[in-house]
Design a protein around this ligand. Structure first.
Ligand SMILES: Nc1ncnc2c1ncn2[C@@H]1O[C@H](COP(=O)(O)OP(=O)(O)OC[C@H]2O[C@@H]([n+]3cccc(C(=O)O)c3)[C@H](O)[C@@H]2O)[C@@H](O)[C@H]1O
Ligand SMILES: Nc1ncnc2c1ncn2[C@@H]1O[C@H](COP(=O)(O)OP(=O)(O)OP(=O)(O)O)[C@@H](O)[C@H]1O
Ligand SMILES: NC(=O)CC[C@H](N)C(=O)O
Length: 551
């Protein structure tokens, strides 16, 4: 029985489905901490989290088992033992679990008991819940291993404490949501420490996986509730923690306490992380986007430069006859400030060609929104041609306010592969733009100084698809619209309840109608970074064909 333990926390990224790559990365991190007793990795580190229905493919589970056995052999070198999350087939059932690898063997396996099945999580659909887990004996110390959601609820930790666990070690795949870092430490996992009287190590992954981003923000809480370690948000880090057995139980020596980003810096870093990992993991050379001189495309270009470096960002101005000189100037200055390439491809020849092509068919029809949408689609076709030819992924730039009410052209400006601001309402776009003009994100690869001229932030938003068009011609002003949308989407309130907050009934009724009608567009929209608890995608799943109106 030992009185001292050193436990390394590997707060690292993962690649879903890359079994050999994830295994090799774990061994590389392990090699950086040769003297520790144990190195802990985040939830499902071997297969990547969340692997969704990939885990249901029998050959994937078989290959994961073989890879885990191979990884266990590597611990025969007498170096650190490893706690590795993976999937396990046992008695015909599939489990989300964690294995202790030591001395060349898989010494113990424990299964996740609480399967999250809300918001973006579907784990009851794909996994069988494990029994309440027993502690695992390691160097004479009883370790409790609650896996992510196991630690969000009381039963598993309480059971582990009753069974004699001395330290709780929780491997997590806990996606970012606004304010979640503090909630995990101060409320959820602090409660487990109070209930059990045990110290707790919380380890989370970093990086992006499709719509989800993981902020890391791992920590160690001692049994008295004080934080002994806080790891940074957004960056990989190996942190060695030193534990001593005292009369009252195990105590972790105090270490560095990182300060986690506040708003809106954290939102911006989430967008950078999500886009960076999407583009890099899917092996694109860079991104291409239409830069209109408006705020949405400007902030998307800045996020891309911070994610990938300005030399991997290709902006294209596609002016029509309605594009103002100030938009041309703003786009040019924005690209210069970001330091990225800007090409100009006028769309008038294509617009004229479509006018000719459609003239017979449209002979008796009035000019209306159809012609506006043709312009947007010509831009989409042009940008996709650049993407096809040179391999850059086309980024879409629609914010959540627009995506809520369908204020975007399907197969036009909605064409593309990934949208970093998809879950950000327009007022959040203003806030992060102002913030980025005054600050550089810690993880950013873009310029130190501002990224867009002030005029882009201060001018009234316009799609410039007809003369003197303003977004406010057809929508309430954004400060009002965003409050209504927050109530309807994030809070799921009825029209009556929103009106009771002081909004105009006709406006709220119209916005709810537009929200429901635009579901078909959102289902065909590219994925984007999830920020809140009701993103369009995995969180909020509404029917497309839907006759319900709340008033
Ligand atoms: N339930 C459903 N399932 C499948 N398809 C459905 C559908 N309902 C309509 N449709 C189809 O969708 C088509 C209409 O959608 P769509 O072609 O997109 O056109 P629509 O939504 O009518 O117009 C686009 C709107 O976006 C605005 N816009 C465009 C571009 C940029 C910006 C900006 O500021 O960023 C704003 C523009 O001012 C306009 O208000 C119809 O032709 C109809 O057939
Ligand atoms: N003239 C243009 N040149 C290049 N891309 C354009 C042009 N006009 C529109 N786009 C593309 O279509 C998207 C939607 O158009 P829109 O002009 O409404 O958005 P925005 O200018 O980014 O934001 P906002 O107008 O709300 O300030 C833009 O973000 C941009 O990617
Ligand atoms: N992977 C998990 O079990 C995640 C669930 C947990 N409640 C979280 O959001 O962090």
């Amino acid at each position: 029985m030992t009185d001292q333990l050193t436990i390394a926390m590997a707060q690292i990224n993962q690649r879903v489905g890359d079994l050999s790559g994830n295994a090799a990365a774990m061994l590389a991190w392990r090699a950086k901490a040769p003297g520790v007793d144990l190195i802990v990795f985040p939830e499902q580190q071997l297969i990547g989290y969340p692997a969704e229905d990939l885990v249901l493919k029998p050959v994937f589970a078989a290959k994961a088992a073989a890879q885990l056995a191979e990884l266990a052999l590597a611990t025969a070198d007498g170096g650190p033992a490893m706690l590795v999350g993976s999937i396990f087939v046992d008695g015909g059932a599939l489990y989300n679990g964690i294995a202790l690898l030591d001395g060349g063997r898989i010494v113990a396996v424990r299964y996740k008991h609480e399967l999250p099945n809300y918001g973006t999580f579907d784990e009851k659909r794909i996994f069988t819940p494990g029994p309440l887990p027993e502690p695992v004996e390691f160097r004479g110390v009883k370790l409790g291993l609650p896996i992510c959601e196991d630690g969000w609820l009381q039963p598993v930790s309480t059971h582990l404490a009753k069974q004699g666990a001395e330290i709780l070690i929780s491997a997590n795949g806990s996606p970012y949501e606004i304010d979640k870092d503090d909630r995990r430490l101060e409320h959820i996992f602090a409660a487990r420490v109070v209930e059990t009287g045990l110290p707790l190590l919380f380890l989370n992954r970093v990086g992006g996986q499709d719509e989800l981003v993981f902020d890391g923000s791992s920590f160690v809480l001692n049994a008295d509730g004080t934080a002994a370690h806080r790891l940074p948000d957004w960056t990989e880090e190996l942190r060695v923690t030193h534990w001593h057995r005292k009369g009252t139980g195990w105590v972790c020596e105090a270490g560095e306490l990182a300060i986690w980003e506040d708003h809106p810096a954290d939102i911006y870093s989430a967008m950078v992380t999500g886009l960076r990992d999407y583009v890099d993991t899917n092996r694109f050379p860079g991104v291409v986007l239409g830069l209109s001189g408006g705020i949405d495309s400007a902030i998307c270009a800045a996020i891309a430069a911070d994610a990938l470096g300005p030399d991997r960002v290709w902006c294209v101005m596609l002016p029509s006859r309605y594009t103002s000189q100030s938009s041309l100037d703003d786009a040019e200055q924005c690209a210069r400030m970001i330091g990225c390439r800007l090409d100009t491809i006028p769309i008038s020849p294509a617009v004229d060609a479509f006018d000719v092509m459609l003239s017979d068919s449209f002979a008796d029809a009035k000019v209306d929104i159809t012609e506006e949408n043709v312009q947007s689609r010509i831009r989409g076709v042009t940008l996709m041609a650049l993407s096809n030819k040179f391999g850059h992924m086309l980024m879409t730039t629609g914010n959540k306010s627009e995506m809520s009410v369908g204020y975007a052209t399907i197969y036009g400006d909605m064409a593309g592969g990934y949208n970093p601001i998809k879950d950000a309402y327009k007022m959040t776009v203003f806030a992060i733009s102002k913030w980025r003009n005054a600050n550089k994100p810690r993880i950013g690869l873009g310029p130190d100084g501002p990224v867009m001229p002030e005029s882009i932030i201060t001018k009234p938003p316009s799609a410039e698809l007809r003369p003197d068009q303003k977004d406010s011609d057809s929508l309430p002003e954004y400060p009002v619209l965003d409050k209504m949308l927050h109530a309807l989407v994030e809070e799921e309130l009825s029209v009556d309840e929103v009106v009771a907050r002081g909004f105009d009934r006709a406006d709220v009724t119209r916005i709810e109608r537009l929200l429901y009608l635009a579901e078909y567009k959102r289902r065909q929209a590219p994925p984007g970074v999830k920020l809140g608890t009701r993103n369009f995608g995995r969180d909020r799943r509404y029917p497309i064909t839907n006759a319900f109106r709340s008033a």
